[in-house]
Write a protein that binds this ligand. Sequence first.
Ligand code: NAP
Length: 303
Amino acid sequence: MDKVHDLVIVGSGPAGLSAAIYAQRARLDAVVLEKEYISGGQVVNTSEVDNYPGLPGMSGYELGMKLRAHADALEARFEMAEVKDIIIEETQNIVRTDQGDYTARAVIIATGARHRKLRVPGERELAGMGVSYCATCDGAFFKGRTVAVIGGGDVAVGDALFLARGCEKVYVIHRRDELRAARSMQEKLLALSNVEIIWDTVVEEICGEDQVEALRLKNQKTGDIRNLPIDGVFVAVGMDPNTDMVPASVDRDEKGYLVADENCVTNVKGIFAAGDVRTKTLRQIVTAAADGANAVESVQQYL
Ligand code: NAP
């Protein structure tokens, strides 16, 4: 069994990396557990981040690497391990992973969120065969082709902007008559001649034999059904928090996010929640990074 650490940080997105930096500066004995072979979380799959103060127009990958390099420069300890369960005890917590157990007096959960599924016929069957959840990862396969992006938030519009650079035609299919994304991104999108927004419309089915061939669409206002031929579909309909490994005793809101305010303190002693996984109004890189700092401050007060 590993020794008892001051702190285990679960996740290495902006919240986890920021927590690692603050924990090193506070001279805590901390270890960061990361599931993926690359740090940065969702950021590394973002084509361009244009709202992180001081670093305009930076690629998400580059920003992720910079955050990690900062933690490395302070000699933060990282281990690759997937957390399966957290056992909460009176004065310490046992973090169960596929690589063994870690014991820590405090745990910061910074596990972020994952892409929500559309849950329509064809989505699961054609995943990886034209159905994608990551435009920056898979967009290059659709150079010169016709694709659809589903959703109206920042991710959907960002994906559409990115795809429009290489694809012949990009449809954005949104269930309402107004986008949710930041106005500046909407303006960029509306200015592109190879982007068409299909309003008030939902996907009923993703059709194709071995490859995506078309979408069956339903107009919410008229009830009209039509088939839209496409080569690929990028689903960007929001996120669900990654909380499978978090004990049921930690309070969630109705959407499953861990209930904690700006100080990142949950209802369970010694368990802290930082970044996209916690209840908050604005899920951005800058707010996740702020959480990492606040969470470590709360951990220090707890210890
Ligand atoms: P989001 O803001 O929750 O947007 C999800 C979009 O998908 C909404 O337009 C929603 O429609 C639509 N939607 C949800 N369920 C649907 C369904 N079953 N069928 C069809 N459409 C559906 O999520 P996101 O775009 O993934 O962004 C997640 C968070 O990250 C947000 O807080 C966002 O601001 C942040 N983010 C920020 C940036 C940036 O600042 N550069 C970049 C990326 C992400 P309605 O509009 O009708 O609800």
